[in-house]
Design a protein around this ligand. Structure first.
Ligand SMILES: Cc1cc2nc3c(=O)[nH]c(=O)nc-3n(C[C@H](O)[C@H](O)[C@H](O)COP(=O)(O)O)c2cc1C
Length: 370
């Protein structure tokens, strides 16, 4: 990876310099089979729980192509969060901090107050977190009203202060990373924000190429990501609207980045990480994505998720994937009003038969009818 990415900048304060750059990520990931591209699965609150992370990363017998996962955000308000809250968001901590197929999971913290953020990070590190990611991009009004997420983009020095406090609170071998948007209501401060993250000691910076004001509206601004990447020594991970290998190539050309984070794209193209590495050709077929959905439900049930919540999360996958695939759009329309998880599972199990066996069973059905 080092030959692909810009070098690291001067080590921050402290005796043992913290590990910087995506080399650190590749060390954390311990995936010599995945040289080159760094492809992270984006955190998505209400979606990318441990069951989802497991389902995505165990695809293709563990050769999913995912370098790293990040937990859904853990909200830090005015006091450090309890270990049980961190463990609820990141149960992988009880198994070495990686998914069952060995992909490391960073714990994401969200908050604007340096002291409890630092203490929470220290608790997460004590629980075995492989890395700490700081969320300065969340656009939710309730979060922003309480001085968290994207609110900090208005004041780059606050990004620096919180990052520095967290960096100083966790052992140097644990990467501290930062995730931002390009700005609050304009991409003008993106370079200052990137520099602030670096000054704070971030190992790398992930940028979603939208302002907070844009929410999820187009266009995504990969150029602004490129301006930030050019201004700092640490690696920058590009994020936003990466829905296909072609989009990844275009984003690389525009931003100059070689590291990417994929969020919604993983619902329509769970194979995208492997496809971007050239390990897979065509997108998953309908029966394959149906099988993946069943695997997801099995994992949610294994984790004792209440049936109602599991149904909601399954529908959420269908809803978000519907923007990218006709089959998911059709299934979402068919099942969005279903109230029983078992009914949706039965319907998806039907879709999970490969076409040949579906045809065979159809003719068997006809034969029985005669
Ligand atoms: C439903 C949803 C929940 C999200 N939750 C988080 C979160 O917990 N932490 C975070 O940093 N970003 C969160 N995001 C933002 C994504 O990580 C990502 O930056 C954004 O979706 C753009 O990437 P994409 O176009 O690949 O989806 C969320 C996005 C969505 C759609």
């Amino acid at each position: 990876m080092s030959h692909l990415l810009p070098g690291t900048s001067a080590p921050p304060r402290g005796a043992a310099p913290p590990r910087r750059g995506l080399e650190a990520a590749h060390e954390v990931a311990e995936r010599p089979d995945q040289p080159g591209l760094f492809l992270a699965l984006a955190p998505m609150d209400g979606v990318t729980d441990a069951a989802y992370r497991d389902a995505i990363t165990t695809q293709f017998e563990g050769r999913s192509g995912v370098s790293l996962c990040v937990s859904e955000f853990v909200r830090v308000v005015d006091r450090p969060v309890q270990p049980k809250v961190i463990l609820r968001h990141c149960p992988e901590l009880e198994h070495g901090g990686s998914t069952p197929s060995g992909v490391p999971v960073f714990v994401q913290l969200l908050g604007g107050d340096a002291a409890p953020m630092a203490e929470s990070a220290s608790i997460a590190a004590g629980l075995g977190a492989r890395g700490i990611d700081l969320n300065f991009g969340c656009p939710a009004k309730t979060v922003n009203r309480h001085d968290g997420g994207a609110t900090l983009l208005k004041t780059p020095t606050r990004v620096e202060v919180v990052t520095r406090a967290v960096r100083d609170a966790v052992p140097s071998q644990i990467p501290v990373t930062v995730k931002i948007r390009v700005g609050w209501d304009s991409p003008a401060p993106i370079v200052d924000l990137a520099r602030a993250s670096e000054q704070g000691g971030a190992s790398w910076l992930t940028i979603h190429g939208r302002t907070r004001a844009q929410l999820y509206r187009p266009p995504v601004d990969w150029e602004a990501i490129g301006r930030a990447a050019a201004a700092v020594g640490m690696p920058v991970v590009a994020n936003g609207d990466l829905f296909s290998p072609e989009a990844l190539r275009r984003c690389a050309a525009v931003s100059g980045c070689e590291s990417f984070m994929i969020g919604r794209g993983a619902m329509g193209r769970p194979d995208l990480f492997a496809a971007a590495r050239g390990w897979r050709g065509q997108p998953l077929r309908s029966f394959e994505i149906a099988r993946l959905l069943l695997a997801y439900v099995t994992r949610m049930r294994a984790q004792q998720m209440p049936t109602f919540n599991a149904l909601g999360r399954l529908k959420q996958w269908l809803r978000m994937g519907a923007m990218q695939r006709e089959d998911l759009a059709c299934w979402f329309e068919l099942y969005k009003r279903e109230r029983e998880l078992c009914d949706v599972i039965a319907a998806i199990a039907d879709h999970s038969r490969p076409p040949a066996s579906a045809a065979a069973s159809a003719s068997l059905g006809n034969a029985r009818a005669h």
